[in-house]
Design a protein around this ligand. Structure first.
Ligand code: 3PY
Ligand code: MG
Length: 246
């Protein structure tokens, strides 16, 4: 077993969802239904380490690439999920290039300081040579979430950090921190556009969270290619409401 396939950075648009329910069955349902990728939310959802491990295993089983949004950019938080074989990490609240460099260093063996063991899943449980494990581990995606005014200001510098693969726009935190009541207020739109342009200008991918798919075309026009639209919870809620009102 090697790292999960990482087709998400090929420049094509991909639609995924946040996964907030601590369940491998949810992963399998989404994979069987043909979803392009999922982002397991380790920042805001109560998912412990061993359940996360099983969810990532389910991702392998149904060939659903899974990113994990870690709680923060610390070394243990990052290496733990990469050791379990996540296709990549999303780090929330990256607000300056120094922090982005620290995130990359924690995520990478070559040029970084990720702790090396060949015994976890990402390295085939000891079946890979050290060289193969390092190559496999370094294929994973490093995605920085930009969702604070300082992050917006520093978006170009963050995008230029070597090893950062994508900037992920966080409209909710942006709206909150910019004093807006809605993600559709012009000040939030401007910040989102600025981040998308910073990513594309540096030759990196841009990702965005949307609660409403009707905004996708607008951001795709700006060069965003990774769309995280809602979550397993919002899909359940919508389905339940539709059923209840039928
Ligand atoms: C945000 O919009 O702030 C996010 O983090 C998306 O979940
Ligand atoms: Mg956020």
């Amino acid at each position: 077993m090697v790292s999960q396939p990482m087709p998400l950075l090929n420049g094509e648009p991909h639609v995924g969802v946040f996964i907030k329910t601590a369940s491998h069955q949810v992963v399998e349902v989404l994979g069987a239904a043909g979803l392009a990728f999922g982002v397991i939310d380790g920042e805001h959802a109560p998912i412990d380490r061993s359940v996360l491990d099983t969810m990532l295993l389910a991702g392998y089983a149904c060939r659903l690439p899974l990113l994990v949004r870690v709680a923060d950019g610390s070394g243990p938080a990052i290496s733990s999920v990469l050791d379990m074989g996540a296709a990549g990490i999303v780090v929330p609240h990256v607000d300056c290039p120094e922090y982005a460099r620290q995130v990359v260093a924690h995520a990478k063996f070559a040029g970084g300081r990720r702790g090396l063991s060949t015994s976890p899943r990402y390295a085939g449980y000891g079946s890979m040579s050290m060289h193969e494990a390092v190559c496999s581990g370094d294929e994973t995606a490093v995605i920085c979430q930009i969702e604070d005014p300082e992050g917006v200001q520093n978006a170009q510098l963050i995008a230029q950090v070597e090893g950062v693969d994508a900037l992920f726009i966080g409209p909710l935190d942006l709206a909150h921190s910019l004093g807006a009541d809605s993600v559709r207020e012009p000040v939030v739109r401007e910040a989102c556009e600025h981040i998308a342009r910073a990513a594309c200008g540096a030759g990196k991918a841009a990702a965005i969270f949307l609660s409403d798919p009707s905004d996708k075309a607008y951001y795709q026009e700006l060069g965003v290619t990774l769309f995280i639209i809602g979550s397993d919870q919002s899909m359940m809620r919508q389905g339940t409401r539709a059923l209840s009102s039928a």
